[in-house]
Structure formats: structure tokens, C-alpha cells
Design a protein around this ligand. Structure first.
Ligand code: DX5
Ligand code: ZN
Length: 225
């Protein structure tokens, strides 16, 4: 199944003093999804925001809220993130001992279930989860911070996941160090959702966001062939 290329800017790189406006601007500039990086200072060495802030952003757009939960445990908070207005809830495979239960909980809440893999986690970890997931997020940096360098070895992991997924309707998302320079390779390897934080927000204006999103999209479309 061929999904469209989707660009999902991460507001981790936005101006936190005006997040609502940033969400509105980045969607006006062509973002397909809004990527929300939730960090707990425990699973990852950084802290960002939780469900109350996401809830306060919800009125700013109808675009899909793609929530990346870098928290452990995740299960006690899934309902709060669902109620806050997230459309996709992605948990890390490394964040708890009962991944299948987490994914089932997300679907029971009426949301799309995603699973994320850290760079060191092999794709075989999710071999038996393929019918329980709607999205697989491949980390191409170590989670916790924006602006890090893309780990090129992850291209092969994306390729293997693409083959494993077969014709299931699973979206493959890539997160970390995505720029117009790396977008072609990750799309060519089989991912269709490209998260980009610093590459989109670095310009600081709607016009700059528009240019960056268009450049990443064009590179991805070319890379996909
Ligand atoms: C990292 C986050 C990413 C991050 C990407 O833990 O999951 O979504 O915002 O930032 P860039 O695009 O700057 O690598
Ligand atoms: Zn992310």
C-alpha cells in the first residue's frame, strides 16, 4: 500500500512562547501533520510538555496531531493524551514491558496506534506487533533533542521495515535529522511520513516554513522515484 508523502513538523523547534500561532503558521505553510514531542526527563534526558498544552493547541488547527510519547511508563497517560485531542499516539517499544497492551489501549481509545524504535532497537522487536500498529516511527537520532545529526545506518532499518510491513496499511515515519538533504534517502528506503523540527522552524517566518516544507517534500518525492 502506497501512502502519500506527509511532512510532520515538530514543534519542539518552534517558539514555545507562541505555540498556538506556530501551529497555525506551520499548517498554513503546508504541514500535513503536527508532530508533538512529549518528553518526561526519565525515558529521555529532556522535558517538554504534556496533555494540557496539547489540549490548548487543539483549537488552532484541524490537522492531525501526531503525538510522539517519549515517556515511561506511557500506559497511565494514554487516556489523557487521547482526550487532549491527539489523533495518533506513538509509544516507544523500549518504554515498557507490555507493548501489545499499550497499542491495544490506544486503539480502544479510538486513536491510531504508533510504535517507535530507538536507533539501537532492531526491527525484529515489532515483528509480532504488525497487526496491532497503524504507524511505525523509526528514530534516526537518539530521542531527546532536536538538531542532531541523522544516523545513516537507519536507512537500512527503514528498508527492512518496509519489507516486513508488506501490503499492510501501516505508515512508516522517520524522525531526527530530516532535511532536504536526507529526505530523499529516507523516502527512497520506504518511509512516507517525515518529521522535521529544526529544518522547518529555523527560518522563523511563515514564508521560511513554507519554503522548507516544500523543499523536504520535493526531495522526498524525488527520492521515492
Ligand atoms: C527528538 C524528537 C524529534 C525532533 C526532531 O527526540 O523526537 O521529533 O524534534 O528534530 P530535528 O528535526 O531537529 O532533528
Ligand atoms: Zn519526535
Amino acid at each position: 500500500m502506497i501512502h502519500p508523502i506527509r511532512i510532520a513538523p515538530s514543534i519542539l523547534a518552534a517558539d514555545f512562547s507562541k505555540l498556538g500561532q506556530e501551529v497555525r503558521d506551520v499548517v498554513d505553510a503546508g504541514a500535513d501533520w503536527v508532530h508533538l514531542d512529549v518528553m518526561d526527563g526519565h525515558f529521555v534526558p529532556n522535558i517538554t510538555f504534556g496533555p494540557d498544552i496539547i489540549k490548548s493547541l487543539r483549537p488552532y488547527t484541524d490537522a492531525t496531531f501526531d503525538c510522539h510519547l517519549m515517556i515511561a511508563p506511557a500506559d497511565p497517560f494514554l487516556e489523557a493524551f487521547a482526550k487532549a485531542g491527539c489523533d495518533i499516539l506513538t509509544v516507544h517499544a523500549e518504554a515498557g514491558p507490555h507493548l501489545h497492551r499499550s497499542l491495544q489501549t490506544v486503539r480502544a481509545l479510538g486513536k491510531r496506534a504508533g510504535v517507535s524504535l530507538n536507533p539501537a532497537t532492531p526491527e525484529s522487536t515489532i515483528e509480532y506487533m504488525l497487526d496491532a500498529v497503524d504507524l511505525i516511527l523509526v528514530m534516526t537520532v537518539n530521542p531527546g533533542f532536536g538538531g542532531q545529526k541523522f544516523i545513516a545506518e537507519m536507512e537500512e532499518k527503514i528498508r527492512r521495515i518496509r519489507a516486513m510491513v508488506g501490503d499492510r496499511p501501516i505508515e512508516i515515519e522517520v524522525d531526527g535529522g530530516v532535511t532536504p538533504e536526507t529526505a530523499g534517502a529516507v523516502a527512497g528506503a520506504g518511509s512516507n511520513v517525515l518529521v522535521a523540527g529544526s529544518a522547518v522552524f529555523k527560518g522563523g517566518s511563515v514564508e521560511a516554513y513554507r519554503g522548507a516544507i516544500a523543499a523536504i517534500r520535493a526531495a522526498a518525492e524525488t527520492g521515492r522515484g
